[in-house]
Write a protein that binds this ligand. Sequence first.
Ligand code: ZN
Length: 438
Amino acid sequence: MMSMRSATGSIARSALRPGAARPLAGAASSGKRFGSSRNIIEEMKKGYPIIGDGGFVFELEKRGFVKAGPWTPESTVEYPGAVKQLHYEYARAGADVMQTFTFYASEDKLKNRGNEAAAKYGAKKINEAACDLAKDVAGEFGGLCAGGICQTPIYLSTRDEQQVKAMLGAQCEVFMENNVDFMIAEYFEHAEEAKWAVETVQKLMPNEVVAVNMCIGPEGDMHGMPTAECAKVLAGTGAQIIGVNCHFGPNETLEACYQMKRGLEQIGLDITKDVFLMAQPVIYHTPDAGPQGFIDLPEFPFGLEPRVATRWEIQNWARASYDMGMRYIGGCCGFLPYHIRAIAEELEVERGVKAPGSEKHEKWGKGLEMHTKPWVRARANKEHWSNLRPSSGRPYSGAMSKSDQWGVTAGHEGLTQQADRFESMADEAMAAAKQARV
Ligand code: ZN
């Protein structure tokens, strides 16, 4: 069965990547039971950008397969077809990486605040199902399958290194059994927890490449550590890829990454060969967000639509990111397959391959030359789309919102892990504190 899957992967890759300039290094020598023959580090060293996928929780929530609030991924067991379909769409759009849909799939989160996912399915089953789905699609498209772990509620409840590592380690065991191509540890608000996550992966999967991302912006982590300093901590773990995901929009994330690059340069690291920089922002513009990013905005999570970046904005962002030296570029919450396709199209020359999904999309609106209306045909050019300033169409819409400005999370009672969903003293205290600031 395994050899059949591998064979399918090779056929699909050669079919989808005609004349690919990208050398697929380390083909027969990887020795993996399953797994891609591609070498992610070698590709980035040669200047080929790795394209990540987009956010699963947000899109699957909109499609009716994830509940907003807990945001946990039990749909890998409940609706595997829906999860696989989204993987397929991202792969077709040009994503090199299929990340297992295991965001918040640690046992503590699956039973946090009334969540029944842990009791119903258990973390192991949810993580295993996610591996099957991501591996299938990665195999079909010649991509890479990445296991994913993220922040745990018990970190803030206990700040206990052993407990956090045991929680994340249980997930890593599933990824190890499934022989994923590399690991992504992401969505950490505190450099300390990010470091523990990397150490967990390194201990259990010592030969695995690990990428580590914090969900921070230009203002640093939730302990007040500046972004450039966070980069030094992340690089100090020995993780080969470091960066930022979620919470902030493309522009703010670019600024955060620039600070990370500066921090790494201060300790003599070059982001195009020593350690690689990665960014997976939210699709929403967040110039008005506080240190916690878009979750502090009153529009989070159900009224964010007017902030969605256009495909053209994402193309410009992808170019700026690549030119700054970033070699792993993808998306998080709100990113859709067409945004990923925009990254793939902007970097098509650097990648040496055309995304399968570009079959139905011509660059910079050129397809509009086939439109019946002459004034629409006139928009079939880069000048029109790269200079566009889209309107919201809402007469009372403002450019900015007033952010909740929750700047510090470390040790706050209202943020600790608890099994009961109902109002606790901590919830009441938090509500009162918020009321006092209005
Ligand atoms: Zn996100």
